[in-house]
Design a binder for this molecule. Structure first.
Ligand SMILES: C=C(O[C@@H]1C=C(C(=O)O)C=C[C@H]1O)C(=O)O
Length: 185
């Protein structure tokens, strides 16, 4: 499955930045192949992205106006979609942070492999219906989930605050006896 155009395999040793890392003992993941890498190296700086990004005036001078117009139109849509993806991801991470707090408060493990398996199966199905490569959809979801679990692992070891005292902290037992655990916040 290796794509030769992507260059040589990475050297042995710690994974390169942007690599989906295998998890710790709580939820081991297979070591990723070079194909699983989602590079996080920023693209090199270019011109004004709101214009016909990436093309200088000299690049464009021989291109038909209608082609330039079409390229600009498509790139504007791509920019809108990228913005939507960022906003949607931000909302997703807001939810998963809440899940992380809930898990930490109730001593639940950061990862839930059964839930992940269901999500992956569902996303692959959705991808197929949408004519998106299911393998790509799975890779992307795994990449996001790995980051979420990293957050959850961190939340689990962070000291609880007065606002979020957790279950085994004496500050967490000051709520009324009628209060459920969720009310002690
Ligand atoms: C968000 C959760 O925690 C983890 C992250 C998941 C995700 O990002 O979708 C799914 C399952 C868990 O491994 C959860 O348990 O729901």
């Amino acid at each position: 499955m290796a794509r030769p155009t992507r260059g040589p395999l990475p050297p042995p040793g710690p994974p390169a930045p942007g690599t989906i890392r295998p998890r710790g003992p709580s939820h081991p993941r297979p070591v990723p192949s070079a194909d699983d890498r989602i590079p996080n190296t920023p693209a090199p700086p270019r011109g004004d992205p709101s214009k016909l990004a990436d093309m200088s005036t000299s690049d464009m001078r021989d291109i038909d106006d209608t082609v330039v117009a079409e390229l600009t139109r498509l790139r504007e849509s791509i920019d809108n979609i990228d913005a939507a993806v960022v906003h949607m991801l931000a909302e997703r991470f807001k939810c998963t942070q809440q899940v992380g707090l809930l898990k930490a408060r109730h001593q639940l493990p950061p990862a839930d492999p059964a839930r992940e398996a269901r999500q992956i199966a569902r996303l692959r199905q959705l991808a197929e219906t949408a004519n998106l490569d299911p393998a790509f959809a799975e890779k992307l979801l795994n990449f996001i989930i790995a980051e979420v679990i990293r957050h959850h692992e961190r939340i689990a070891v962070e000291p609880r605050t007065a606002d979020d005292p957790g279950t085994d902290d004496p500050r967490g037992t000051t709520g009324s006896a009628e209060d459920g655990p969720e009310d002690r916040r």
